[in-house]
Write a protein that binds this ligand. Structure first.
Ligand code: C5P
Length: 221
């Protein structure tokens, strides 16, 4: 049984992919399954936290006792997170948020035309949810994830600094999407901690233990 290291703490988590519509029946998304974010929500709840999970579209069951808010787009995820950010002790951004939204999405289903003309999509940048929460006054302890396909150590360290967060978790190997297992490396200001290949629920418990130790050691982050 998980020790109640987060009793009385509030934890906000994003999970899953986002879905950016192109028309009413099509859109742009990614291969995130939501498994790591849901495993963290379950582990945080087991550790006694009050957990809010803002989830993109997934096929997963809500962990017992977790308050889940369903969203589709990155913009909706941003709005839901901002609405719930105040008073949180920890924010863990696990969602694979789409970098771009389609600004000229069609209200009607796009049709193939007789002359074979192709649709033209236009894009705009989505807001960076993690960076926005990290910039809030009195912010929660912020944890980010990185799914780099190369040079994880170099990019992971740089990403932690760029996002202005105390802890960044790198997925070792980029083939983790959809899998039940993963291997992680944690970067903070001074150290790197390696979590060997294991089931995501076990890794989630280890990560929640690390986070609770860090917030108890350093209440101002
Ligand atoms: O910059 P990059 O997308 O690689 O950063 C990944 C981290 O930032 C993850 O923790 C992800 O959940 C978060 N993120 C976010 N909003 C975005 C893009 C990424 O919260 N628009």
């Amino acid at each position: 049984l998980q020790p109640k290291t987060l009793r009385g703490k509030k934890v906000l988590i994003t999970a899953g992919p986002t879905f950016e519509p192109i028309d009413p029946v099509r859109g742009i998304t990614n291969l995130s399954s939501g498994k790591m974010g849901y495993a963290l929500a379950r582990a945080a709840r087991e550790a006694g936290a009050d957990v809010t999970l803002v989830s993109g579209p997934t096929a997963l069951v809500t962990p017992t006792g977790v308050h889940r808010i369903d969203v589709q787009t990155a913009r909706q995820m941003f709005d839901a997170v901002m609405l719930h950010a105040s008073g949180q002790d920890v924010f863990i951004a696990v969602a694979a948020v789409a970098d771009w939204l389609v600004t000229n999405a069609s209200a009607q289903k796009l049709k193939k035309t007789a002359d074979g003309a192709l649709p033209h999509l236009e894009f705009a940048l989505n807001p960076d949810i993690l960076a926005a929460v990290a910039a809030l006054p009195g912010r929660p302890y912020c944890v980010g994830f990185a799914a780099e396909s190369e040079e994880l150590l170099k990019h992971g360290k740089a990403k932690r600094e760029r996002k202005g967060i105390p802890l960044l978790v790198g997925n070792i190997g980029h083939a983790t999407f959809g899998k039940d297992e993963n291997e992680l490396v944690l970067f903070d200001e001074n150290t790197e901690v390696h979590f060997p290949h294991a089931h995501k629920q076990l890794l989630a418990r280890q990560l929640i233990t690390e986070i609770s130790e860090r917030i108890h050691m350093d209440p101002v982050h």
